[in-house]
Design a protein around this ligand. Sequence first.
Ligand SMILES: [Zn+2]
Length: 85
Amino acid sequence: MHCPDCQSQQIVKNGKITLQDGACVQKYLCKSCRKQFNDRTGMPMARLRTPSAIVTLAMNVRTEGMGVRGTGRSFGKSHSTIIRA
Ligand SMILES: [Zn+2]
């Protein structure tokens, strides 16, 4: 774990926030540059505000060698199933 801004490892936990989709996100404070960030900061899919389970799954799918298009297609099929689980 390091600061996405200055790469410092002087990170402290700084409370939690609950997003609109109900996902709980850990917030952090960088003691070096005093910037705040959270678990999703810097992640490519952060702006989509998808539940973190889907984000994680999407990452796994992508690391397993599927292209971006393939990832999107598999989510089109299984989106509601993932939400329920
Ligand atoms: Zn920093």
